[in-house]
Design a binder for this molecule. Sequence first.
Ligand code: C2O
Ligand code: CU
Ligand code: CU
Length: 551
Amino acid sequence: MITRREFLKQSGLLATAWCLPLGAPNALVPGVEDESREVVPRPSITASSIANFVDPLPIPPLARPVDERPDPFDQGRRIAYYRIEMSEIFAKLHRDLPPARLWAYNGTSPGPMFEARKGSPLLVEWVNALPKAHLFAVDHHIHGAEASKPNVRAVVHLHGAKVRPDSDGDPEDWYVPGKSRTSYYPNGQDAAMLWYHDHALGITRLNVYAGLFGAYIVRDEAERALNLPSGKYEVPLILCDRKIDSRGQLFYPASPMFHAPWISEFYGTAVLVNGKLLPYLAVEPRQYRFRVVNVSNSRFFSLSLSNQEPFTQIGSDQGLMRSPLMVTPVIVAPAERADLVLDFAAHQGKQIVLSDVSGSLMQFRVDNSRAANSVALPATLRRIKPLPPKSAIRTRTLTLDQYNDPAGKVMRMLLNGTHWDMPITERPVLGSIEMWRFVNLTPDPHPIHLHLVRFQILERREFDVAAYQKSKEVHFTGPPMRPDPNEAGWKDTVRCPPKTITRIIARFEGFTGRYVWHCHVLEHEDNEMMRPYEVLAGPSPARKRPGAKRR
Ligand code: C2O
Ligand code: CU
Ligand code: CU
């Protein structure tokens, strides 16, 4: 029997200073028998309870178009058409475990990897062929996941992509099994590693946890000219933490504190890399490029190598940085990406472990072949023009909040004190530059993500939270801090530390219409730490014409 304290620790609840009574009722939702809703969880596999590095690292298959279709926005041109089906599968997470029940895109989790070329649009029909019952308990207290809604709903969002609102995967655009929806991805953006994942309102954390995520790489000429390691020397590393029981099944813990299976954050005890637990990758003694994305619900990874060598980081969320940087550890918050170059040339016959503070993630096994000559990376990877703060036509101050529901049952995480359903308050004008200041009033860091746009981080600065709560006035308690060197490129997700105001600047370009911004801790996002925003059309040139008559 597990103690309450151990349980809280395992579910990550002890680590966070939630202002909730520990004696809160422990009851479950009535009528719930499913094992995934147990208050007392199954013990979860850890790196020390299972053989390490026995499975080769899986490489997600490449997505292949099934057809061509006319480009809906450019008559006369035909573009690639993909059809990707979401379904339930069974797949082994480890050699010594029975196959796990997962949700997958085209039969694999992670789903197939897209390779897109800048300027070549493509169409993807996302087919919902999921079963009628959810893999995990759906908490009907969560906004958007009420009992009146179907438990199984899905909608795909391409994270980091500049797409029209109707292809963006708005959380309310979910659809049920048997339905499909086609998205148009223009790929009118610089080379970067994007990723696709489920975004259905109120159950994103469960759908992504079940396995609905995959990589999407945009390539362009500028990047190709740099001759970075490619082909089998360029490897995606898709990281997520999970709880896995002795039968090899994923489970998602229930909250011991509320009348509902919502937990404020999820921390697993095992990490999957490309869908495998503690895999190894056989490598040659040469340079490799690793495209890392953190698809965890809540965990921030802090990556390091067992030989103490730093990583050479060449890119982040929205593509290459100005120049290569030596970094260790590399911190990757949920949804962030890190583009890393590792050179194994001096490590013939060696084994190097990639670790996080939570333990080992995977092993590189360098073979004994002759070491390839290491090519020096270009000193300049990309030109990135800083957006000057004075170019912003507007500054928005937006708080990151956590509250208890008045009924005391469910804690809520909000943005700027507003619920998802309240009228839109952020309406930047197309083409304009704005500064957004995230005022974190909570005791936790939040990775904040904006759809549609890429941005630059200007600074972070500590402030007095209590004073702000009293008077809404900002009293800084520390000096402004520049973003980390590896955050100085184009970003789409920014870590907002507690007691800190984080300032970003973005040009709202691309399309008009409704998008969303949110915390990418999926438990927070699902419980209303997400807001719609709308890009408005600018004044049309006709209306600006001097002397034009008003009627
Ligand atoms: Cu990774 Cu709203 O998304
Ligand atoms: Cu996104
Ligand atoms: Cu958050």
